[in-house]
Design a protein. Structure first.
Length: 238
């Protein structure tokens, strides 16, 4: 084999490993930001409309910071997941499908975070000093915003779960990655099943549990990516 070809292949391998380390770092940083944001997520403790507006308005800055950080974390993590999909073999339809599911999940959960972190605080600040009748007139807006948030949460959980399951289906074909693959199937499909049978409440704690489960798998996948396991599977299966 010509020396130039050997050197070119070595350079390509070094560049690929460097890219994988960067992607793994994005997966770790993004997940850490999301979990940190969920740990300080504000929660309303009243059903009284006036008190809700007051609590939400008073906590508007924290609310925006928490949801803004969560949005940033999601997209940082998604950037790393793109590298994961490239290493696993983006030419494979199942890998592309997993990436599409991850993208849809990131988009709709950005919508959910925007509803909770931008729209609700804005409504609270607008109506907090209003009289009771005016505040009551805003109730349909709150109901609609909450419904939109719940819908985005549901779609996001299903999309992200299917994305993990799709990638895990490819990983199952390698004995070295089988534990990660089995965990991915459980972490992906488990929350979906729990959601549909009513065992995963769409509360801060319920969604936080989902984020933790997903986050642990993404970190584990990032470690496998950094160690070269994922790219090795991609090369063997190509």
């Amino acid at each position: 084999m010509p020396t130039e070809s050997i050197q070119s292949r070595a350079d390509g391998t070094h560049a690929a490993r460097h890219e994988d380390r960067g992607s793994a770092l994005c997966m770790f940083i993004g997940t850490t930001i999301i979990l940190a944001a969920m740990s300080v997520h504000p929660t309303a403790h009243t059903r009284d409309l006036a008190t809700f507006f007051r609590e939400t308005a008073d906590g508007a800055l924290l609310n925006r910071a928490v949801h803004g950080s969560a949005i940033a974390g999601m997209w940082i993590s998604f950037c790393g997941q793109c590298g994961f999909a490239l290493a696993l073999g983006i030419r494979r339809p199942v890998v592309r499908l997993g990436l599409i599911f991850a993208l849809v999940g990131a988009i709709v959960l950005t919508g959910a975070a925007t509803a909770n972190g931008v729209i609700l605080p804005w409504l609270a600040e607008r109506y907090v000093e209003a009289n009771a009748a005016t505040q009551e007139s805003a109730r349909p807006l709150l109901v609609y915003t909450t419904a939109a948030n719940r819908a985005c949460d549901h779609i996001g959980i299903v999309s992200l779960g299917l994305g993990l399951a799709a990638w895990s289906f490819v990983l199952l074909r390698s004995a070295s990655a089988r534990p990660l693959a089995i965990a991915g199937v459980l972490c992906g499909i488990g929350p979906i099943v729990a959601l549909f049978v009513g065992k995963l409440p769409m509360t801060v704690h319920g969604f936080g549990l989902f984020a933790l489960i997903q986050g642990l798998w993404i970190v584990a996948a990032g470690i496998a990516l950094r160690k070269g396991v994922v790219r090795g599977i991609g090369a063997v299966l190509s």
